[in-house]
Unconditional design. Structure first.
Length: 256
C-alpha cells in the first residue's frame, strides 16, 4: 500500500498473499452470481467475472468496471511478471468494494486508515475500492498494478516476507508511481532527515505523512539503483535477498 505531500498516501499492500495463459475467448465473457463474500454483507450477491488466471468479484452493478479490471489485469500481469522475472504462481482474486465499510469488513486483515487498496500474496487476493469509495484521483488500474506487483513479489519470497521497503519500492517503480510528489516529499524531509531503511523492513509508519516519506524513500532508492547501475542490479538485489531471506527477512504476518 503509498504517498503524500498534499495527497493521501497511496496504500497498497498491508503487503497484506504462472500458470500458462488460458485462451482469451475462454475467459471473463460471462457474469455469474456466486456465494456470499461475507455472510450478511451487502456483497452477498456479488457478480464474478474471471478465468483461470484472474477472477474479479463485485456487486452486479459494477459489471462494466469488473470487465475493465479483468481485461487490464489479464494484459498487465504477464508484463509485470516478465519485468520482475517472477511467476504469477497461480490464480488471483480481485475484490472490488462499493463502500469504505465493505472494504474494511470483507478482507482478512486490518488495512491502514489511508489504504486505497490491499494485497495478500498468500491468499492470492487483492482488495480495491470502487470509484465511489475512493478519494485518491490516481487511476484504479494503476493502483491495481501496484497490488499485482505485491502478489508477485510476495509469492517470490514465500514462505518469508520481503522487507517492506523493497516490496513497496518495487510496486511503485513498476506501477509507474514514482513522481514529482515523491521528490517534494523527500525534499521536505531533508530538514528532519530520512527514515533509515532498516526501520522500514517490517512495516511502514501508521502516520500518513511518515508513511508517505517511507514510500518515497523506498521507490527513490530503487530508482537510483536502476538508473545508476542498470535494471540488472535491481534483479540481482531482489534475487539475492529472496535467496537469503530465511536468515534476515521479517516473519510473515496474516496480512502479508
Amino acid at each position: 500500500m503509498a504517498h503524500t505531500a498534499s495527497r493521501e498516501p497511496r496504500p497498497r499492500a498491508p503487503a497484506g498473499a504462472g500458470a500458462g495463459a488460458p485462451r482469451r475467448d475462454e475467459r471473463r465473457r460471462r457474469a455469474v452470481v456466486d456465494d456470499p463474500l461475507v455472510e450478511g454483507d451487502d456483497l452477498a450477491r456479488r457478480a464474478s467475472r474471471g478465468g483461470e488466471r484472474v477472477r474479479v468479484h463485485a456487486q452486479a452493478r459494477h459489471r462494466g468496471l469488473m470487465r475493465a479490471i479483468a481485461d487490464h489485469a489479464d494484459a498487465s500481469l504477464p508484463v509485470l511478471s516478465e519485468r520482475l522475472r517472477m511467476s504469477a504462481g497461480g490464480p488471483i482474486d480481485i475484490f472490488i468494494a462499493t463502500t469504505d465499510a465493505q472494504f474494511r469488513e470483507v478482507q482478512p486483515g486490518v488495512p491502514p486508515t489511508w489504504a486505497d487498496a490491499t494485497a495478500y500474496p498468500d491468499l492470492g487476493a487483492v482488495y480495491l475500492r470502487a470509484p465511489g469509495a475512493r478519494s485518491d484521483q490516481e487511476p484504479l488500474t494503476q493502483v491495481l498494478d501496484h497490488e499485482l506487483v505485491h502478489i508477485l513479489v510476495g509469492r517470490r519470497f514465500a514462505p518469508n516476507r520481503p522487507p517492506t521497503w523493497l516490496q513497496e519500492g518495487l510496486a511503485q517503480m513498476h506501477a509507474e508511481q514514482y513522481d514529482l510528489a515523491d521528490l517534494r516529499t523527500l525534499a521536505q524531509a531533508s530538514f528532519s532527515g530520512p527514515i533509515p531503511l532498516d526501520d522500514l523492513e517490517r512495516a511502514f509508519p501508521k502516520n500518513p505523512h511518515e508513511a508517505s516519506l517511507a514510500y518515497a524513500e523506498s521507490a527513490d532508492f530503487l530508482v537510483w539503483l536502476e538508473r545508476t547501475h542498470g535494471a540488472e542490479a535491481v534483479h540481482r538485489l531482489v534475487g539475492s535477498m529472496a535467496e537469503t531471506c530465511g536468515t534476515f527477512c521479517p516473519p510473515r504476518t496474516d496480512s502479508q
